[in-house]
Design a protein around this ligand. Structure first.
Ligand SMILES: [Zn+2]
Ligand SMILES: [Zn+2]
Ligand SMILES: [Zn+2]
Length: 141
């Protein structure tokens, strides 16, 4: 995805194209792996004299709110972010070796929901699914 695409989304949601937002987008767009807020903060500090970690968190949250970024959770309970512009709900495959994230256009929640509701006589409303493993490149290397 070109950076222009993300700039357009910022504008569409009345978010200014600030140098910090642009830099975070540039860094995230230059790789297909997920990043921790801390990692991005370290990079940002090389470029901006004054930037706090809370600012990085806030920007990432804004990106998620306007639908250009998504987050995953790892075992350490911390959120990691990556750029993803698919609007409808979907899931992600994360390579545990190279940290690459791929979107999965598949979900059988309707089926799971049905079976859960039958078993528990309850109403299932939402779900969380994150698939981890080894990507094609890592399997071949
Ligand atoms: Zn991989
Ligand atoms: Zn995605
Ligand atoms: Zn699903």
């Amino acid at each position: 995805m070109s950076l222009e695409h993300y700039f357009t989304q910022l504008a569409n949601h009345n978010l200014k194209k600030t140098p910090k937002r642009v830099e975070i987008l540039r860094v995230m767009n230059s790789k297909n792996t997920y990043s921790s807020p801390q990692e991005l903060w370290v990079l940002l500090k090389q470029k901006f004299q004054k930037v706090g970690l809370p600012t990085v968190y806030r920007i990432l949250q804004q990106f998620q709110e306007i639908g250009i970024a998504a987050s995953i959770q790892k075992g350490d309970n911390q959120l990691y972010y990556f750029l993803c512009s698919i609007k409808h709900s979907h899931h992600h495959f994360i390579c545990r070796k190279c940290k690459k994230v791929s979107c999965i256009e598949y979900c059988d929640f309707e089926q799971i929901k049905k079976s859960v509701e039958e078993q528990l006589q309850s109403k299932a409303e939402t779900h969380f699914l994150q698939i981890e493993g080894l990507c094609k490149d890592c399997l071949e290397s």
